[in-house]
Design a protein around this ligand. Structure first.
Ligand SMILES: *[C@@H]1O[C@H](CO)[C@@H](O)[C@H](O)[C@H]1NC(C)=O
Ligand SMILES: *[C@@H]1O[C@H](CO)[C@@H](O)[C@H](O)[C@H]1NC(C)=O
Length: 187
């Protein structure tokens, strides 16, 4: 009886020793993906980017040392923290912000184009704390254009989709208001 008990204790001990987390081990699990129901979400908001004024929401961080006098010569890099609002006026309710960088990437005489690497984060409502990642070329000259949504955080984890952009207002000194209609697939 006692022998059996000792044996049992040893078996338990070995089991615990073998299953205890070992931080130095490479491990993985791989199981069939039984897909949960996918949702589709449509979002509509306005994006405000201003490089001018007392409180710019975008700043030039680098540009090539050449004679191109334009506001965004090929190679210019801008960092932004741009508000997203419900309506086209900056005074309308702010529902999030777009953060990241964009790079002027058209070589003259090509039409202006920027490459956008932006995270659109929401700060109110259903998607407060969640964000969607856009990684896309943006032919800013075209009135209507499309950006790719390549991922997301929070409720937008694993998101993919697209954003349709429509320029609402342009100040040639360096400010734009753009209407975004976004469709994202996520879980
Ligand atoms: C910018 O270009 C000019 C003319 O080529 C050169 O003299 C100057 O040293 C350059 N400045 C920097 C910071 O590279
Ligand atoms: C959004 O979430 C943050 C963090 O959880 C919270 O502090 C804030 O009050 C929320 N805002 C709204 C408008 O729900």
């Amino acid at each position: 009886m006692e022998g059996k008990l000792i044996q049992l204790i040893w078996v338990l001990f070995l089991f615990i020793a073998m299953t205890a987390p070992a931080h130095s081990h490479y491990s993985f699990t791989s199981v069939p993906n039984v897909s949960p129901t996918e949702k589709v979400t449509n979002l509509h908001f306005f994006y405000h980017d201003s490089l001018t004024g007392k409180n710019p929401t975008g700043v030039l961080v680098a540009k090539p040392n050449n004679s191109d006098p334009s506001l965004a010569p090929f190679g210019a890099v801008f960092a932004v923290n741009d508000p997203l609002t419900v309506g086209p006026e900056l005074t309308s309710e702010v529902i999030g912000n777009a953060r990241g960088i964009y790079v002027s990437s058209a070589v003259k005489p090509e039409q202006p184009m920027v490459m956008m690497y932006l995270d659109f984060g929401f700060t109110s409502g259903e998607f407060n704390g969640s964000s969607i990642s856009m990684f896309s070329r943006n032919p800013v000259q075209e009135k209507e254009r499309e950006l790719a949504v390549v991922g997301g955080r929070g409720k937008f984890r694993m998101a993919r989709g697209y954003a349709l952009l429509n320029t609402f207002f342009v100040d040639p000194k360096g400010a734009v208001i753009v209407e975004y209609t976004v469709t994202v697939f996520h879980y």
